[in-house]
Every structure is written in C-alpha cells, then in structure tokens.
Design a protein around this ligand. Structure first.
Ligand SMILES: C[S@@+](CC[C@H](N)C(=O)[O-])C[C@H]1O[C@@H](n2cnc3c(N)ncnc32)[C@H](O)[C@@H]1O
Length: 167
C-alpha cells in the first residue's frame, strides 16, 4: 500500500509525523488536493468505517493539517473516504484520546485493518512512542482486521464504545 499525504502545512513542522515519514521515503507529500492521487482517504468525518473489504485499494491518503482546521470541508478531495473505527492515540500530544490520531497513527491503524501489520510496524518504528500505539490498540486492531466488512467493524467498535460508557 502506497502512503500519500495531502499536506496542508498549518501544524508545527517540527512535530509533524507526515513530514518525518516523507524524510524516510515512507510517504509522499502533496501540496494541493489536485496533486494528491486517488485512493482511500482517511477522513474522520466519513460515513463509512474502514474495513478489510477495502484492501483492494493500493493508495492510502491522509490529510495532514492541524486538528483545529480539520473540519468536514477540508477533506473535499477525490477518493473513497473512510473513517477509522475506535482506536486510541498513543502520541504525547493526544495520548489516550479516542479517534483523534495523528497521521502516522492513522496510517498504521489503517494498515493493520487492511492486513499490512508489518508495514504498520515499519512506519511506527520511526517514533519513540510508536510501538505504544500497537500495544494500546492490540485487541481492537486484531478484531477489526478479522471483520468481513464495514458494518461488522462498526459492530465491534460499538462494544468498545459501550464499555467506555459503563466505566
Ligand atoms: C488532523 S491530522 C493531524 C496530524 C498531525 N499534525 C501530525 O503531525 O501527525 C491527522 C490525520 O490523520 C487521519 N485521521 C486521524 N484520525 C482519524 C480517524 N479517526 N479516522 C480517519 N482518519 C483519521 C486524517 O487524515 C487526519 O486528517
């Protein structure tokens, strides 16, 4: 799976995980939506959850911008848009927050669900906290990767959301 980033550049460049991936030739940055290749777009506002049924695609796209500007309109670009199911961030900025992943975490979560666990480990290995993302999300990632389709992923996600409400 090729990793592409629609790079907005409005976040702290020193902490930007997409720029770091690009430095290691692990992802390609694009400065405009037009220049960004068609593929699976990781979009937290999408109506459909990512599932193993999406593994036929060869291009994964994230939008790297600050969470303050990451509204629905920012994601207007060609592609098949998918939201990631319940997963928890492990990065020092948003540690423990569900759904609000940074770009490398979003790529890694998606790669695991799409059956490319080794690729996920490779991208995360560039970050000191990277392996923590896989540890924190070990069980949901394994279960999502076993689902047949998006609705099965949503059913599994509901169990984690319900467990959170009971806690
Ligand atoms: C808002 S940017 C923030 C990036 C941060 N500045 C960094 O350095 O990594 C994170 C991107 O990861 C993807 N992403 C994060 N959480 C997601 C989710 N729950 N569902 C789908 N995509 C998500 C989206 O493409 C989103 O725009």
């Amino acid at each position: 799976m090729d990793l592409h980033v629609r790079y907005e550049g409005d976040d702290d460049p020193k902490k930007c995980t997409a720029r770091k991936l690009a430095r290691f030739d692990m992802a390609e940055l694009h400065r405009s939506a037009r220049a960004t290749p068609f593929g699976l777009v990781l979009n937290p506002h999408a109506d459909t959850a990512l599932s193993p049924a999406d593994a036929e695609y060869e291009t994964l796209v994230a939008l790297d911008c600050s969470w303050e500007t990451a509204g629905r309109a920012m994601f207007e670009m060609a592609g098949e848009h998918r939201a990631l199911p319940f997963l928890v961030a492990a990065n020092p900025v948003n540690y423990g927050k569900p759904f609000q992943l940074n770009t490398v975490e979003a790529f890694a979560g998606a790669l695991c669900i799409l059956g490319e666990r080794e690729h996920a480990e490779r991208v995360l290995s560039k970050f000191t906290w990277g392996h923590t993302f896989l540890e924190l999300n070990e069980e949901p990632l394994r279960r999502y990767a076993e689902c047949a389709d998006s609705s099965a992923v949503v059913d599994v996600q509901q169990e984690y959301l319900d467990a959170g409400e009971d806690a």
